[in-house]
Design a protein around this ligand. Structure first.
Ligand SMILES: [Cu+2]
Length: 271
């Protein structure tokens, strides 16, 4: 009887912990509310199943407790029960997977008119590349990385020269505008994650992964690396500032371009 009561208390405690817990999502700052809904939906399904299974266990512990003269019946197979359980489990798993697939489809379908910004992960800091006046990013290749050109931007691509390079500083984004984040890594696996955006994705050396997001309110947010990438991983933090359009343009105008970044190197080479 004591064990049955403890099991029932585990269920009550878990539900109370979920409802009263002080640990909640950070207030959302992007269009990805659907991701929160999907997580809540998964919580509901797994929560109900957890409560039902543990309460059933408590009931069985009490109902089939030891009594003098009682004997257990041996029944290794039960086709009806197995079919029924397989169907219900299948429906539950499908219900949890389906919304995720829908959200995933949206997450990687960049809307027309979104601007593209590159995020580069490197042990253990973030760098960013934004299109210059031509509105386009030039090509880049990790094999072109040198001390003077830490992002490996292609200097022979005419689209590259006006690209804005932010090395180790803050990334600014304009509020209310969809932006595709093109993710690159110079060395190990990284993952660009802004919790308030509810968006993250792994960055793989040698390829470009991406997702898109529309920041929905101005503010300062922390960017975290969400993929273990070496001893400096916990310190790989960045700052993303969502600005009004005017503030964003003012910030962008102050940043150095790829051409300006190469200039000191070119000058010293000529001397
Ligand atoms: Cu990292």
């Amino acid at each position: 009887m004591l064990i049955a009561i403890i099991l029932a208390l585990v269920v009550v405690g878990s539900v109370l912990f979920h409802v009263l817990s002080p640990w909640w999502f950070t207030p959302i700052a992007s269009n990805w509310r659907y991701i929160d809904d999907t997580i809540s939906f998964t919580f509901w399904i797994t929560g109900v199943v957890f409560a039902v299974v543990v309460l059933f266990l408590a009931y069985c512990v009490w109902r089939f407790r030891h009594q003098p003269g009682r004997r257990a019946a041996y029944e290794p197979e039960n086709k009806r029960l197995e079919t029924w359980l397989a169907i219900v489990t299948g429906i539950g798993v499908a219900a949890m997977l389906a919304p995720g697939l829908v959200v995933w489809g949206q997450f990687i379908t960049v809307p027309a008119g979104a601007s593209a910004i590159e995020v580069v992960g490197q042990q253990w800091q973030w760098a960013y590349r934004l299109p210059g006046k031509d509105g386009q990013l030039g090509t880049a290749d990790t094999r072109a990385v040198t001390a003077e050109n830490p992002l490996g931007v292609n200097p022979d691509d005419p689209k590259s020269l006006d690209d804005v390079i932010v090395q180790g500083g803050e990334l600014h984004l304009p509020v209310g505008k969809p932006v595709a984040l093109l993710l690159r890594s110079i060395d190990a696996l990284h993952n660009f994650y802004v919790p308030e955006f509810r968006a993250k994705m792994d960055m793989l050396p040698g390829s470009v992964t991406y997702y898109w997001v529309t920041p929905t309110r101005t503010g300062t947010f922390e960017a975290l690396c969400a993929e273990l990438c070496g001893v400096g991983h916990p310190y790989m933090r960045g700052t993303v500032i969502v600005d009004t359009e005017t503030d964003y343009q003012a910030w962008l105008d102050q940043q150095q371009t790829f051409e300006q970044m190469l200039a000191p190197a070119t000058t010293s080479a000529l001397e």
